[in-house]
Design a binder for this molecule. Structure first.
Ligand code: XIL
Length: 649
């Protein structure tokens, strides 16, 4: 391990911050990350790495990702054993670090993952940074993910483990870096001041209450939902042992800043420890009277404790989460709750919640409520329970949607359906994925998707505001794109579903909510073709009618990410485009998005994708890629667009 000396690091940080602040309002222009740690294993040592248990770590020259050395971990007797590195003195709370490491098995095939173990007060927690990724002995595989420490810790280590075998493995070329946070924009309208029909909230997981994140949260939002901290596994990990260590800091922040809190969630089939469904005999519960009584007793005890702990600080509870399964003939999810207790688990949960928190609005919350079959089953269930006198005050629509789905009409039907029940409705977990299928993956969100997303936010918020008689709040499932659950669900890839980008700057989506007339004209929309006219038009008229900006946005030993902006500075629109350049440093493109690539030796040719073929006069488009390099990574000196030499900006 080579940590940069503290002073050098501080100097670098300061320099970079100044550079960023003076780099104008182009939020898309991420500077290169600042590297805080590297392990290249080129000096014959293990560079400070240790095992997580009794496994053996040794320097190795059997294989290497870059150079001649790597780290070999052998003698593993459990899958969780693997190489780990102390980052306690390196990671600052609230800073999002990008961690990249290369992994290769010695002889087996398996899946590897990258995580961080942290301990507070002796209690360990394990945060996954990169999920299971296939690895073999035949090639190096890169694991790259982001991590933000949100709590005070006395122990913090990055580690690699495998999913199923205990075979020996190599790692090499770890780099850890971060892009300095930009200050929150203070000269833009606050979402909560624009949307006055109902409170607007964001889900937070802990990291969002520190520094700039905290400022962004309080500037724009009226309320928060703890995204995980109030779930059963966080509040009652073992029977009758209640811990509020995760939620209390969020609650204190909310109170200090006048934010309302949505409590999420008291009964769910996920994130509920297995002891809850284990009978007195140590076996999984079944639908016996004895198991049912034990389960409902545990449920009652849980709600009494958790809801009472927060009292009137929580004004809304998602009492029950995701109980509908429209693939069942009766529409009821066959969860452990249902299988053991039938609908009585819902009756008990709402009754006890009302008793303990009589001030609170009690919700039944679900996703895909815009899907007619699911919506109708939920309606029927709520209607039935209400008729029985079960105290349900509202229906929560999660609204996890994407840029193409669902339609506005379907969403409107989702709302109108429940009006006859005379209950409140809330949008509880809204986000708008940039993906429309599991097979897609963009390391950087393409401009056209961000624009489309802005129009979805615009239209959805306009609809919600029209239904302000029914809707009593709208909550987004996250604050900014640097922390979204969609980065790992339903598959691992970078998503960008929220109003603010990974550097906390307003996206076109923000303007979709705050002021749709500015979706395409705000600085944050500089990615959109209509406004990203090259500022240097005419500075070099001899170079033809195009201008190219080539930026390396990330670099690590042997690999890099870059993006290229093509501006049509001529007077004629192009109906298709082809850009070309030479890589003089032996660089090789491995993956490209926003276009189609062919590379022959040093010559790279990138043509348009189907969706971005048109390039109007004065317009621009961007594509990005991942590549490898060996000797160096020089920036190409010249570019052509449709055969014409371009100005290089
Ligand atoms: C998600 C959290 O955001 C993740 O951090 C966690 O790993 C899984 O759960 N519907 C819900 C939320 O009701 O509780 C889920 O939250 C997202 C889907």
């Amino acid at each position: 391990m080579r940590a940069l000396p503290r002073l050098a690091l501080a100097a670098l940080t300061a320099a970079a911050t100044v550079a960023v602040v003076s780099a104008t309002a182009d939020a898309a222009a991420d500077p290169s990350p600042i590297t805080v740690l590297t392990s290249d294993f080129e000096d014959g040592t293990v560079q400070g790495w240790a095992g997580r248990s009794a496994e053996t770590l040794a320097h190795s020259t059997a294989v290497a990702h870059g150079g001649t050395g790597s780290l070999l971990v052998s003698g593993r007797t459990a899958t969780w054993q693997g190489p780990s590195l102390d980052v306690l003195g390196t990671f600052e709370k609230g800073t999002a670090y990008t961690i990249s490491v290369w992994v290769r098995m010695a002889s087996d095939s398996d899946s590897a993952r990258l995580s961080v173990e942290r301990r507070t007060g002796g209690v360990a927690a394990y945060d996954q940074v990169v999920g299971n990724t296939a690895v073999t002995s035949g090639a190096w595989v890169n694991l790259t993910g982001r991590y933000t420490l949100a709590t005070d810790v006395e122990f913090l280590r990055v580690y690699v483990e495998t999913a199923s075998t205990t075979g020996s493995l190599h790692i090499d070329d770890l780099t850890v870096g971060y892009v300095p946070a930009l200050p929150v924009q203070t000269d833009i309208p606050s979402v909560k001041d624009v949307v006055t029909e109902f409170p607007v909230g964001a889900a937070i997981t802990g990291a969002e209450i520190v520094t700039e994140h905290g400022r962004l949260l309080t500037k724009h939002f009226d309320s928060v939902t703890p995204g995980n901290a109030l779930k059963w596994d966080a509040t009652e990990p073992s029977e009758n042992t209640f811990t509020y260590a995760q939620a209390d800091p969020l609650m204190a922040f909310a109170k200090a800043n006048g934010l309302a809190v949505r409590g999420h969630t008291l009964v769910w089939h996920n994130q509920t420890p297995s002891w809850v469904f284990t009978g007195a005999d140590g076996q999984p519960m079944t639908a016996t009277a004895e198991d049912k009584a034990l389960l409902l007793g545990r449920l009652e005890n849980h709600i009494r404790n958790v809801a009472a702990h927060y009292g009137t600080d929580i004004g809304v509870w998602d009492v029950a989460n995701e109980v509908i399964d429209e693939s069942r003939p009766d529409g009821l999810r066959r969860s452990n709750w249902y299988n053991v207790a039938g609908l009585d688990y819902l009756r008990t949960a709402f009754r006890v919640a009302r008793e303990v928190a009589p001030h609170a609005k009690l919700y039944i919350n679900d996703y895909n409520t815009n899907v007619p079959a699911k919506r109708d089953f939920l309606f029927t269930l709520v209607q039935q329970l209400k008729a029985e006198g079960v105290p349900i005050d509202g229906v929560g629509h999660q609204v996890h949607i994407n840029i193409n789905w669902p339609t506005l009409a379907e969403t409107e039907s989702m709302l109108t359906k429940f009006i006859p029940l005379d209950i409140d409705q809330q949008v509880t977990e809204m986000d708008v994925s940039i993906y429309t299928g599991d097979g897609e993956s963009f390391p950087t969100p393409p401009a056209d998707r961000l624009l489309k997303q802005a129009y979805v936010y615009r239209d959805m918020f306009a609809l919600f505001r029209r239904y302000s008689n029914e809707i009593t709040s709208v909550t987004l499932w996250g604050l900014a794109d640097d922390n979204t659950w969609l980065d790992t669900f339903p598959v691992t890839r970078k998503d960008a579903p929220l109003l603010f980008d990974t550097r906390l700057q307003a996206k076109p989506a923000y303007w979709g909510v705050a002021d749709p007339t500015r979706i395409e004209t705000s600085p944050s929309a500089s990615v959109s073709p209509s406004v990203s006219v090259s500022p240097s038009t005419g500075t070099n008229p001899g170079a033809g009618s195009c201008a190219v900006t080539y930026r390396v946005t990330g670099s690590w030993p042997g690999g890099f990410q870059a993006d290229v902006k093509l501006a049509n500075t001529g007077s004629a629109a192009l109906t298709s485009w082809k850009a070309s350049w030479q890589f003089t440093g032996g660089q090789q493109i491995s993956q490209l998005w926003g276009g189609t690539v062919t590379q022959s030796g040093a010559t790279v040719t990138v043509g348009n994708a189907a969706w971005n073929s048109g390039l109007p006069a004065g317009g621009s488009t961007s594509f990005g890629f991942l590549g490898s390099w060996t000797g160096g990574n020089p920036v190409p000196a010249a570019f052509t667009l449709n055969g014409t030499a371009c100005t290089v900006l």
